[in-house]
Design a protein around this ligand. Sequence first.
Ligand code: PAF
Length: 293
Amino acid sequence: MIVTPDIEAIRAFRAQHAGTVGLVPTMGALHDGHLSLVRNARADHDWVIVTIFVNPTQFAPHEDLDRYPRDLPADLAKLEALGVDVVFTPTPDTIYPPNFQTYVTVEEVTQGLEGAKRPTHFRGVTTVVAKLFNITQPDSAYFGQKDAQQVVVIRQMVRDLNIPVEIVVIPTQREADGLAMSSRNVYLTPEQRQASIVLRRALDQATSAYQAGERDAQKLATLIADVVGAEGLAELDDVAVVDAGNLSAVEHADAPLLAVLTVRFGQTRLLDNALLPPELNTREGLTGTLGAG
Ligand code: PAF
């Protein structure tokens, strides 16, 4: 496995190796969610490139850039075991050299949900992802449905800028008790960790209501808020039930819906979502059906 912080080494690898490339962009602190992206890329492509870069431009000044978990040796061991070919580990100066001044901004689908709470976040994500695409030139890139808005935003960027990369979306990986895997779960105290399953419980109840015929987005959102409200350690940050394809507001819909939820446990903000109908929650549903529009 080649591990390199150099753009030139990536370009040389691409020039010297024929065949298809699957890219898995990450910020490291790899868990099974990331590894499921890697396994899918490994199964689909001749070569797999993983990037590990804690991207400063997607963190606001008051956010957790400095304390974001980092463990490069453990990450590399996991990637080596999965047969990854190349790991790109650039420094911030490599990605954002002095006098850097070009950003990629997706206008509409970045406005609501996470974008409303974190106004500069998606500009950082799309800028770095566009750069990583340009550097690695992949055929496909793999993202987790856990960050559902990020998927919609990246898809929009790829469509709008005619970037020839297939976006593959993999269902959220969960701990045994249902908590969505996230590098930020390590911030939780044992009590908060126990309480954190309320996200999944709330989304499961909305899913059951949907399956019983409820199609009123506001009622589904209220149901989620009520479940979270009953958990003493949890503070509801945001909940919305929106069109799953473009994240627009819906009142009463039969088109696929996305229930998104952010909850605070002290300083830690956790995010989860559920697709309605839940049958869409497969690689094919997420990549093909929802990605087609
Ligand atoms: O999802 C993430 O880990 C990051 O937002 C990404 C896509 C690697 C860009 O920094």
